[in-house]
Structures are given as structure tokens and as C-alpha cells.
Design a protein around this ligand. Sequence first.
Ligand SMILES: Cc1cc2nc3c(=O)[nH]c(=O)nc-3n(C[C@H](O)[C@H](O)[C@H](O)COP(=O)(O)OP(=O)(O)OC[C@H]3O[C@@H](n4cnc5c(N)ncnc54)[C@H](O)[C@@H]3O)c2cc1C
Ligand code: SF4
Length: 462
Amino acid sequence: MINKSKLKQPIDILNIKKRKTSFEEVEKSLSDENALNESLRCLKCKNPPCVLGCPVGIKIPEFIDCISKGIISDAYQIISKDSFLPSICGRVCPQETQCEAKCVRGKAGQPVAIGRLERYVADKIKLEHFKSPKKGSNLKIAIVGSGPSGLTCAAQLCNLGYQADIFEALHIPGGVLTYGIPAFRLPRDVINFEIENLNRLGVKIYTNMVIGKTLTIDNLFEMGYSAVYISTGAGLPKLMGIPGEGLGGVYSSNEFLTRINLMHANKSDYDTPIKIPKRALVVGGGNVAMDVARSAVRLGADKVTVIYRREEAKMPARRDEILHAKEEGVEFIFSSTPIEFIGNSGKLEKVKYVNMKPTSEESSGKSHLVPVSGSEKEMEIDTAIISIGNSANKILVESEKSLEFRPDGRIVTDEATARTSRKYVYAGGDAVSGAATVILAMQAGKQAAYQIHKDLSIKSQT
Ligand SMILES: Cc1cc2nc3c(=O)[nH]c(=O)nc-3n(C[C@H](O)[C@H](O)[C@H](O)COP(=O)(O)OP(=O)(O)OC[C@H]3O[C@@H](n4cnc5c(N)ncnc54)[C@H](O)[C@@H]3O)c2cc1C
Ligand code: SF4
């Protein structure tokens, strides 16, 4: 039976009043009835284009078919063969540009809500469904960084029979999932659940271990690891390089989000200092800027404005996130950028900004903007949060001379094999690609695990 509805089945959304004052998750899981109805919208295509749109190749029609038959545990097994973090991917992956963009139902109506169905399945499943670790090789692999790339590589290696140990610089694992993405999009218990699953699979995580400082890659090999996978992410915030960026009240997105997500500055029983903004300006137009703006609303800011240098249609943030931000009262200034932060006694008081327009080359495909002369304006603000992107941190650049890096700090690898310039050292995720997405970081981790397995199998035979 096919459900001919052209529209996705609805989900419950937290009411606006609660959204403005709490970090509770905004979008809820599909109800049982709506999940069943949504699963019946899938045509179970013979050559499913949606699978080609999924970077980790989840067998989408097969898991959706299990939902339609009410066998959720089988649906979970199918998903978890290709994705080790399904309840996270179901929430934060940009499905609208990946699997759902390819779904044939999207040609005459909305595509099947693949992301919501993935999340539904993962939310329904309890720990006991997860498999125990496989016994196999005695070889140990070290993973540097516990973001989605490192977690996926470790889990895949455990599945291939290796002992996979993760070394994480922070005191809590998860990378950007934990310190960047706010709880109203990705609740902490969801991340903990997935990490607990990986622990049960045999993955060990050592926190407060900064590779390059606490231990070097040489040390890891001396400790008996046969290979190393580096997935240190892109955690270094980019700044604008304009006057006044050093004033009190100007934050990078990382600092702002970390204070809330890791150090609980939003909770009255924690001492972490954070300024409750009266008038906050968020600079940028991506998902990070939306997360920052919506967090500022929840901190109690009177007014939150996002300033983005291009027009609205060019914003890289997900459409749903922009919509949610608008619903929560965030205001937008488009085609404009700050040129100076102005302060008094070291404290931010105003921003001077200017309109931007594309040069003639942009219409021919090249991306370049110039200020519109005479368009300068000022606005009173007491907080500014720069959310214009991140690059790879430079800790390893300084300590690991045997590795080759790009000038911006990204690690150079062979694209097909994830091998670095040092034998049995591999790298992937944002540390190689620059800031990207959770699923691409996971794809890199999975591929690297297979390559490590292949290279170590050849080594053991020679
Ligand atoms: C605020 C924000 C919101 C985002 N929202 C989305 C979204 O909705 N959907 C989406 O798909 N993507 C989103 N992204 C992007 C996505 O989170 C990243 O692409 C992804 O997390 C990259 O994974 P990774 O494992 O490569 O690196 P990371 O997640 O950055 O993890 C790297 C880990 O390595 C650790 N580390 C760094 N250096 C060392 C060292 N020397 N020794 C030991 N450990 C080290 C770090 O502490 C960190 O835990 C967002 C990013 C941000 C910042
Ligand atoms: S393309 Fe759409 S309809 Fe076809 S199998 Fe994939 S989800 Fe189902």
C-alpha cells in the first residue's frame, strides 16, 4: 500500500514561548502513526536514487520498508550497518541537499522524510539492541579526536576486529556535536546514548589528551598502536580582521557556544561567566550563525540581529534553521557586513557596518563582494559574535614535523586512501576537508577504517 500524500507527515514543534527561554529540543520525533504513514509514502524504488545521495550509503528503502512492517529493530540494524550515529544524523544531517534531494517523490510534492524516519527508528531503539564487540585482530589503532569522524572510524575498526582507542583533547567526547551544536537541536542525552553504544562495541575514549602536547604521534606508536587516524576537526575560529575585534563583548562563535554547551554558562548553578546580551549582533549566515543567534535568544537577549554579507537566498544555513530563528524573533540584515566595532573603556558599544554588492565577476560565477560607498551605518550593540567559519587548529602543525600540512593548517592526505605523508598515519573529517558536515566527517572515518584494515592486512602478510 502506498500513501499518496504529496506532503511529509507533520511533527510536533516546541511552542515559541518555551523556545525563547529553554534549551529543550525544538523538533520532536514522528509519532508512531505518522512514522507509519510516512514510511508508506516510499515507492521502494528498484534503483533508489536516495541511496546515492547518502554519503555513507544507508539502504534507505530497506529500512523504510521495515518501518512500514512495524519491525523497528530490523530497521535499526539496517541503518547501523552504514551509520554508527543514526539518532544524531537523523537530527543534524542536511537531508534536503542529500538523500531527500534525490527522492523521486520530491518531483511532484515533498520527498519522503528520510531524516525524520531515521531519527524515529534510532529514538525507538534501546541499548540492548546493540551488538557486542567482535573478536578478531589483537592490533590496536589510535584515533586522535572524538568528533563524528573519529567516533565512526573507531566503531568501524572495532567491527573489523581491532581495538580502537580515542584520544580527545577536551574533557568530554563528541567534538562539535558536544561543544558546538546546541541542545535545542541535538539533546545531550542523544549524544551520550550514541557514545555509550560505541563504548559497548569496544571503543575506549581517553579524554584530556592533547596529541601534540600530552603525547606525540611517535609516543602512540611506542605505546604499541599499529596505525593512527587523525580527526582533529576545524576548531580554530576565523575572525574578521576589523578594528575593535578585541573589545569586551566580542566573541567568536566557538567561545560563545562552548561557554554554553560545555561549561553550562546558561545555568544559574554554574559559575562560567557569559554576558547576557541586551542587543546582540551575530555575523554570518551559516548553521553556526543560526545556532549562535538562537542560543542568544535563549540566554535572554532583548534583541538579536544576524548580519550577512549576501542576500537571504544565498545563506548557507539550512532553511528550517533560518525559519526557526525568525519564529524566535531573530532579525536579519542582508547584503551588509561590519567594518568596525566601536567601544568605550574597552567595552563594545556600537557596530559600524556597510552594504555590500556583487562585482560584475560574480554574475559570471566568481564570488566577490565590494562595499557600497556612502552606505555606512551604525547600530548600538553590547555583544557581537563572529560566526564566519572555522579552520583547522595548528597544534599538530607545530609538533608533528613528519606530516604535511596546507598553509591553512589542514592535513594533506591522498584522497583515495586517507594516507598522510607518514606511513600508517591517516587523516580525515574537517581536519582534512576544512569545516564541512557531520555525515561527510563520518564517511571519511569509515573509509579510513577500511583503508587501515587493508594496509595492516597487507603488512601482516609480508
Ligand atoms: C555550531 C556548529 C553547528 C554545526 N551544525 C551542523 C549541522 O547541523 N549539520 C552538520 O552536518 N554539520 C554541522 N556542523 C559541522 C559539523 O559539526 C562538523 O563538520 C563535524 O563535527 C566535523 O567532524 P570531525 O570529527 O572532523 O571534527 P570535530 O567534530 O571538530 O571533532 C574534532 C575533535 O578533535 C579534538 N581535537 C582537536 N585537536 C586535538 C588534539 N591535538 N588532540 C586530541 N584531540 C584533539 C577536538 O577537541 C574535537 O573533539 C556544525 C558545526 C558547528 C561548529
Ligand atoms: S527515492 Fe524516495 S521513494 Fe524511492 S526508495 Fe528512496 S525514499 Fe523511497
